[in-house]
Design a protein around this ligand. Structure first.
Ligand code: HEM
Ligand SMILES: *[C@@H]1O[C@H](CO)[C@@H](O)[C@H](O)[C@H]1NC(C)=O
Ligand SMILES: *[C@@H]1O[C@H](CO)[C@@H](O)[C@H](O)[C@H]1NC(C)=O
Ligand SMILES: *[C@@H]1O[C@H](CO)[C@@H](O)[C@H](O)[C@H]1NC(C)=O
Ligand SMILES: *[C@@H]1O[C@H](CO)[C@@H](O)[C@H](O)[C@H]1NC(C)=O
Ligand SMILES: *[C@@H]1O[C@H](CO)[C@@H](O)[C@H](O)[C@H]1NC(C)=O
Ligand SMILES: *[C@@H]1O[C@H](CO)[C@@H](O)[C@H](O)[C@H]1NC(C)=O
Ligand SMILES: *[C@@H]1O[C@H](CO)[C@@H](O)[C@H](O)[C@H]1NC(C)=O
Ligand SMILES: *[C@@H]1O[C@H](CO)[C@@H](O)[C@H](O)[C@H]1NC(C)=O
Ligand SMILES: *[C@@H]1O[C@H](CO)[C@@H](O)[C@H](O)[C@H]1NC(C)=O
Ligand SMILES: *[C@@H]1O[C@H](CO)[C@@H](O)[C@H](O)[C@H]1NC(C)=O
Ligand SMILES: *[C@@H]1O[C@H](CO)[C@@H](O)[C@H](O)[C@H]1NC(C)=O
Ligand SMILES: *[C@@H]1O[C@H](CO)[C@@H](O)[C@H](O)[C@H]1NC(C)=O
Length: 526
């Protein structure tokens, strides 16, 4: 709909206005959205950035500049994962099925870019971030960081348990096959031209998987003999269209010596060059069109999968919260991120909290680190080491923040804090000399809170690489030992393992995770 508007500038304005009206930040806490938001907007805190920065980076080079980049691999991987989608029956789509060797062995998926991509992506998946979400996010961040437009990101993709039916277009197929193929994927002919141009602003064709399309180059600066789609193959820009329209392109799928495999030439000229000419004339139109088409591509998921809302940065975001019962005080520590803020020593940043009796308290926070992502720098404040001291009986129900007197309370609802359970400092090593070491985790459970379960959570991969959480219950004590007048202890004996284990609970029938790591090494001897 948006491309039909004659005036590109008007269209861009409308698009931005619509975006700002439609997009509303979610309410914290929401574990999955919190995790996805952090991966999306705290780029320098996650390894995803190190895989795609700088844009020329190619982790798998063995002998110097290869002509390839992780960025291009990720974008192509995302497209090939999506391209199996059948809009008639809702099968296929973005579901990380291209990680299966069976799909990678198909002629339509020739090349090692897919395997390379998944070797990196599986390092950032968690219980909250599926492999397919990581793939979509990786593609978005790659495009944005290499000169591309901001792309709306939704999470919630589910990872397929088996390969999808084939369906990725190949260069030797004729134009009608490509029109039909993109129609099956949910894109009309104009959108097909757009999506191919948007993808082929990055990377190129390698000799090894496509020896009949591009020659061996014997170039020490291009060891994998990649003939690129445009002269700026590591950047997002409209040169792919400009060079095509001006007749200066060296895109091997346009000016390749074998007409049969010149699929970009057939696709780009299929509307008399109208779409490509508009892209060549307006880098803004190209960027806004690609932002929309990439988002649609990545949001093409198997029928029945429900994606989250578009994830926008929370203006104020608490993180790393911890409640620790230490004898007769409850220590509450954490950090809070203020989006797009820089340090100012004159600023007063205050944590405010409400207890179970409705009384309010406050404490001044200290300046913490910064994080960058989403095109900006954010400032963190901390109430750490050991945190604010709470009266266990009064506890805490919710918090808010005040910056130079201005209140941040999520439109009045505040930031809810669950104090039904807390880590108890009585946790200790029962056998520090055994191998692996053995210890006891004590969890303080608030008297009168409806805690039906306390459990150890362990992230494990199933046979096809999907992360699931295995829970091990803390036995409910027959007669709980009192920790204070307000809390009683539940205990679990365990041995150290290398896997990531955290503590969860069920409160009023609702599962929560404290996010607290169950690591034995730091505990004192019993
Ligand atoms: C008719 C449709 C398409 C055909 C026939 C096609 C064909 C090709 C071929 C043959 C290559 C070379 C791959 C290699 O040497 O590793 C390639 C690379 C690439 N394609 Fe496409 N493509 C199509 C559509 C798309 C779309 C829609 C996108 C993304 C939106 C895309 C993104 C890419 C990227 C980023 C590369 C560069 C990969 C790299 O340099 O490692 N392609 N394409
Ligand atoms: C494809 O859809 C877009 C947006 O709905 C529309 O502007 C364009 O004319 C369509 N193209 C074709 C070939 O139907
Ligand atoms: C898409 O799904 C429909 C309905 O199941 C089926 O008839 C059609 O053959 C499928 N298309 C492809 C290309 O598999
Ligand atoms: C992908 O790479 C891994 C690690 O190098 C390798 O073990 C695996 O066999 C590869 N899979 C495919 C399908 O090539
Ligand atoms: C390879 O790149 C370097 C650095 O840009 C350049 O100095 C050198 O001439 C290039 N070598 C060839 C064979 O193009
Ligand atoms: C052109 O490509 C097609 C499809 O790959 C192939 O069958 C044909 O032999 C090629 N022609 C030449 C002259 O290389
Ligand atoms: C489209 O543009 C290309 C590159 O300039 C040109 O070779 C071709 O003749 C054009 N096709 C049409 C139908 O205008
Ligand atoms: C716990 O607190 C009580 C009361 O403040 C104090 O008497 C006691 O010594 C403390 N115990 C430890 C182990 O710190
Ligand atoms: C950050 O804040 C500055 C100053 O208020 C504003 O101009 C800029 O647009 C903001 N950037 C982002 C990414 O929100
Ligand atoms: C902080 O306040 C002092 C005293 O009012 C003033 O001199 C200084 O410029 C202020 N610094 C900033 C960063 O605003
Ligand atoms: C913090 O508490 C003190 C004393 O209880 C009170 O005077 C002050 O106004 C509070 N500050 C804020 C920002 O609410
Ligand atoms: C933990 O182990 C100790 C002995 O090391 C035992 O006395 C205690 O009952 C165990 N606790 C639980 C909860 O299993
Ligand atoms: C505690 O929660 C469970 C699960 O929602 C519910 O069945 C039970 O009635 C609750 N008990 C109390 C005392 O509220």
């Amino acid at each position: 709909m948006v491309f039909a508007l004659p005036n590109a500038a008007l269209h861009l304005t409308l698009f931005i206005v619509l975006l700002s009206v439609a997009v509303k930040a979610y309410v914290w806490p929401s574990p999955q959205l919190d995790a996805l938001e952090s991966l999306r907007f705290e780029l320098d805190r996650h390894s995803i950035a190190s895989f795609i920065q700088p844009c020329t980076f190619f982790l798998f080079s063995v002998d110097g500049p290869s002509g390839r980049s992780n960025v291009a691999d990720w974008i192509r991987t995302a497209y090939h994962d999506m391209a199996t989608y059948n809009s008639t029956d809702g099968t296929g789509g973005m579901d990380a099925s291209i990680r299966f060797a069976e799909e990678q062995a198909r002629a339509e998926n020739v090349g090692d870019g897919f395997n390379n991509t998944f070797r990196l992506l599986t390092q950032i998946t968690t219980r909250y971030v599926s492999i397919a979400d990581a793939l979509a996010l990786g593609a978005i961040i790659a495009i944005e960081n290499c000169g591309g437009p901001e792309i709306a990101f939704r999470g919630g993709r589910l990872d397929a348990g088996e390969p999808n039916a084939p369906g990725v277009p190949q260069p030797e197929q004729d134009l009608q096959s490509h029109i039909d193929s993109f129609a099956r994927q949910g894109f009309n002919q104009t959108e097909m031209i757009g999506l191919v141009a948007c993808g082929h602003t990055f990377g190129g064709v390698q000799h090894d998987p496509f020896p009949d399309i591009v020659p061996a180059l014997n170039d020490p600066n291009n060891t994998e003999s990649v003939t690129h789609f445009d002269s700026t193959f590591i950047n997002f820009d409209n040169n792919v269209a400009k060079e095509y329209i001006s007749g200066t392109t060296s895109n091997p799928l346009v000016v390749g010596f074998n007409q049969t495999t010149n699929s970009d030439q057939r696709i780009f000229s299929s509307d008399g060059n109208a779409t490509m000419r508009s892209f060549a004339q307006s880098s803004q139109l190209f960027a806004s069109t690609c932002a929309e088409l990439f988002a649609r591509m990545l949001d093409t998921v198997p029928r029945g999968v429900e994606l989250t809302e578009v994830i926008t940065p929370l203006p104020v975001k608490p993180d790393f919260l911890a409640l620790t019962l230490d004898n007769d005080t409850l220590q509450f520590s954490g950090q809070v991120r203020f989006w797009n803020m820089t340090e100012d020593p004159n600023r007063t940043a205050v944590l405010l909290w409400e207890d179970h009796s409705g009384a309010t308290h406050n404490a001044t926070m200290s300046v913490g680190d910064t994080s960058t992502g989403g095109g900006t720098t954010s400032l963190w404040y901390a109430f750490d080491d050991p945190g604010v001291r709470l009266d266990p009986v009064a506890g805490i129900t919710r918090m808010s923040f005040s910056i130079d007197g201005e209140l941040y309370d999520q439109d009045g609802v505040g930031f809810a804090v669950q104090d039904a359970i807390a880590f108890s400092k009585t946790s200790c090593l029962t056998n520090p000399n055994s191998s692996p070491i053995a210890g006891r985790f004590d969890i303080a459970v608030r008297n009168g809170a409806n805690v039906t379960r306390v459990f150890l959570e362990e992230e494990v991969k199933d046979s096809v690489g999907r992360i699931t959480v295995v829970e091990t219950d803390f036995p409910r004590p027959a007669s709980p030992s009192a920790a204070t007048t307000a809390y009683s202890l539940w205990s679990l004996n365990m041995t150290q393992t290398s896997s990531t284990r955290t503590i969860g609970a069920e409160v009023d029938g609702i599962k929560m995770s404290t996010g607290r790591l169950a690591v034995l090494f730091d505990l004192p001897d019993c």
